[in-house]
Design a protein around this ligand. Sequence first.
Ligand SMILES: Cc1cc2nc3c(=O)[nH]c(=O)nc-3n(C[C@H](O)[C@H](O)[C@H](O)COP(=O)(O)OP(=O)(O)OC[C@H]3O[C@@H](n4cnc5c(N)ncnc54)[C@H](O)[C@@H]3O)c2cc1C
Length: 485
Amino acid sequence: MSAAESVQKDGMGGVDLAKRWLESTTWVELPFDVYNNAPVCSLRRLGGKVQRYDLFGAIHTDPPTLLYVDRQGRQPCRPMGRRWMKRRPDDSGAPQKEKCMISREIRGLDFDSYLQHIRCFTDEELIPREIEMVDAGEVPADLVERMAQVGLFGITLPREWGGLGWTVEQQVLLTLEFTRASCVYRSRFSTTIGLCSQVLLDYGTAAQRTRHLAAMAGGDRVASFALTEPEAGSDAGAVTTTAVRDGDHYVLNGHKRYITNAAWADLLIVFARTEQGPSAFLVELPASGVSTRLPHRMNGHEAGPVAEIDLVGVRVPAENLIGGEEGVGLRQALRGINHARTHVAATAVGQATRLLSEATRHAIHRSQFGTPLADLGAVESMLGRSYAEMVAGRALVLDCAREFDTGPIPHHRIAAAKLFCTEMASEVADRAVQILGGEGIVGDSPVPRMWRDVRALRIYEGASQIHERNLARHLKSTVGDGGGV
Ligand SMILES: Cc1cc2nc3c(=O)[nH]c(=O)nc-3n(C[C@H](O)[C@H](O)[C@H](O)COP(=O)(O)OP(=O)(O)OC[C@H]3O[C@@H](n4cnc5c(N)ncnc54)[C@H](O)[C@@H]3O)c2cc1C
């Protein structure tokens, strides 16, 4: 069967689509061991010679394993945005190559110049490539590399750990900029910079921090945070994945789902039950017994799908227990989660800002009944209310970030910001779709895609109802104790 026919048979598109795709993509067969962060030089070693065209058939053969390399010879990529190649355990014993991609020029910028740089990066590189990303079904590999070069993997880590050392307030200001672009871009590095790096920074042993933080800050090690399970979603304490001590190792067994970046991560933080209770483990990938699966469909975030992870007899050295302490995994998780919630609140504001720009632009240029939509009272009402809510969210998250920088982590303020901003972004997105009319449903406007994307923000990092519940409990206890709001 021809490649084009196989695409059609899989129901993944027509013959024309397959032909177009084959014309624009070079598939290169490489020996397996070059996958480990070195596809580009290995490609050069082979002289970039195309050895074989195929669509899906040989992707998992072992050895040799087929890797998909784009025409510029960059990272392995996923054909048709549907299937990712799998890695197999690295038994080559070869040391991992370390490189820090943040350039010296970037490191030399003061914050205002850096913010301006990220603003331009968003307008000139991220936003223009959104449609390409959606069509490819993934963030283009060269763009991930650019995100690393401009330091986006390093914005949350101190300079001594290879990061850029920005405060939480500065991180929020940056997030407000780069999340004017699709929030799928942010997802690509969010688990590394927030959930995982913050857990390691506060709770990792010196050896764990030395081994991982600089590589994470430079974008060389993508980390993924594996907490959620089928029976442990909002109730994260109900995890059933186990970690049983066996000499100088732990053996992990269990199943995780909805894990952002898991399918291409280099490092997992896995939460598993030990004798002392939930504990956090570093699992370096590839690792024997770890396999990931992507969902068939996503409602939003299609170009950054979450994954399921199976852990079957995964042997992890005892020194990979984070902080060397059992039973404190949930406290450690919350450190990452509170940081991530602050960033998600800022993401919601960034998305609302873009949605509002798109809706306003449309309303100015589209006329009905001889009048621009923007001059109709009902549309003005939607625009005005959206603007008020967006700036309220912006003020709230910045205020929250300042508190984060100056005192103990403001859990309740963070919950309030996450709740308000994510609900606000959904409202703004809904009004933007309404203002666009049919163009909000049909065609290439970013608005319907963003409307789907922002919906997930109300679910992850604590569903809205969990925050409402926790804030109500906080109120009841402070007021009940004779305090005031
Ligand atoms: C795009 C995406 C990315 C994600 N990334 C990650 C990740 O990287 N790592 C990770 O570990 N997890 C991740 N998650 C999982 C996410 O954290 C969970 O989906 C979330 O905690 C909710 O769990 P659940 O889906 O099992 O829903 P459930 O817990 O079943 O809750 C469903 C709904 O029930 C209601 N509800 C539940 N409990 C209560 C309560 N006590 N009071 C009132 N209402 C309640 C809420 O409305 C809630 O939305 C991701 C999820 C998504 C969608």
